[in-house]
Design a protein around this ligand. Structure first.
Ligand code: NAD
Ligand code: UPG
Length: 323
């Protein structure tokens, strides 16, 4: 089978590409390289520099390649930027998906796997594990742009007889242990990259955004899922699509780690001191977001292999200390 991976030169897309290739799939990558990196592209895959927002450039790829499944990773991903530049997010993350679906319809391509996010849930109150049946009330344009894309995909699927698998990722972390791929990017603001930058000495301290949440130690709690575990789920999704079935699934570990726990784990893994200071809460940050991923387990047979936070951080450290 031939899989078109949009955003395959990015962090998560490049990990999905190598799992697909190792699984015997033919892979065609479409990426505009805006935040992606050509050095993350596996040489076994075919590469097209093209943009989701330009229908003609999409059409060109679909004309040249016979495609069975589309995996759409291409998007903008910065929550803060989405608040100050919302239209940029709606144009790319929602409009881009609409273009893709239009072209898929034109070329009779029936299967799509879509990268969504826990950000669609918005503020999660209480300590319950978040399941797919929770209300989706995004609190920023990034989450809303993804939620709208999900709805468009579902409508297209029922109107045009297509199949979809939508994955809502929780906090993605780590890097591949076999291939030299990982997260690259200036101004990374996610907790684990920030902590490892401090371990490397590239920043003098980590700011802990609030220690008065009603969590185990007062700091924010999140569910960290290894990027390779996510990538494997995408390969499993193809089996569901082959049966002409659709579904929406959370992908997380089901264990919550606080900011202090991540700092401690990173100190253990790196052997570095990693100075930290308490600062103001970051606006819009919920206290605790942890996934219930039972549905993906029962329906797809998926379960994470990286369940130990030290192991996850170790793979990230091996990557960051060498780039
Ligand atoms: N990183 C996370 O923690 C996280 C969490 C939840 C969901 N996601 C989702 O996972 C997907 C991949 O995220 P990532 O972390 O790998 O980001 P990334 O920025 O590393 O990858 C995105 C890729 O898409 C490409 N791209 C963006 N817009 C494009 C366009 N219009 N046309 C063609 N290519 C385009 C970029 O060049 C890049 O290679 C995104 O859809 C994101 O919303 C990420
Ligand atoms: O320098 C930092 C960075 C983060 N945090 C805290 O660490 C936790 C995790 O923050 P972060 O790594 O920024 O992740 P989230 O804000 O949970 O969002 C991530 O996870 C979402 C899915 O759950 C994705 O949609 C987002 O794109 C991605 O940034 C939160 O409690 C933050 O307040 C700090 O204390 N200091």
């Amino acid at each position: 089978m031939r899989v078109l991976v949009t955003g395959g030169a990015g962090y998560i897309g490049s990990h999905a590409v190598v799992e697909l290739l190792d699984g015997g799939y033919e892979v065609i990558i479409l990426d505009n390289l805006e935040t992606g990196h050509i050095e993350l592209v596996d040489s076994r895959a075919k590469f097209y520099k093209a943009d989701l927002r330009e229908k003609e450039s999409l059409r060109n790829v679909f004309k040249k390649e016979k495609i069975d499944v589309v995996m759409n990773f291409a998007a903008y991903i910065k929550v803060g930027e989405s608040v100050t530049e919302p239209n940029k997010y709606y144009e790319n993350n929602t409009g881009g998906v609409l273009n893709l679906l239009e072209i898929m319809k034109e070329f009779n391509v029936k299967n799509i796997v879509f990268s969504s996010t826990a950000a669609v849930y918005g503020e999660v109150s209480g300590d319950d594990l978040v399941s797919e049946s929770f209300d989706s009330q995004p609190i920023n344009p990034y989450g809303m742009s993804k939620f709208m894309a999900e709805e468009i995909i579902k409508d297209s699927a029922s109107a045009y007889n297509m199949n979809y698998v939508i994955f809502r990722y929780f906090n993605v972390a780590g890097a591949h242990e076999k291939y030299h791929i990982g997260q690259i990017g200036e101004g990374m603001t996610s907790l684990i990259p920030v902590v490892l930058e401090a371990a490397k000495g590239e920043r003098d301290k980590v700011e802990v955004f609030g220690d008065t949440y009603s969590t185990k130690d007062g700091t924010g709690v999140r569910d960290f899922i290894h990027v390779t575990d996510l990538a494997r789920a995408h390969v499993m999704a193809i089996n569901k699509l082959k049966k002409e079935e659709s579904g929406l699934f959370n992908l997380g570990n089901g264990n919550g780690f606080s900011v202090f726990e991540i700092l401690d784990a990173a100190r253990r893994v790196t052997g570095k001191e990693i100075p930290a200071v308490i600062s103001e809460k970051r606006p819009g940050d919920p206290a605790c977001v942890v996934a219930c991923s039972e549905k993906a387990n029962e329906d797809l047979g998926w379960e994470p292999e990286y369940t130990n936070i030290d192991d996850i951080i170790k793979t990230a450290w091996n990557w960051y200390k060498n780039i």
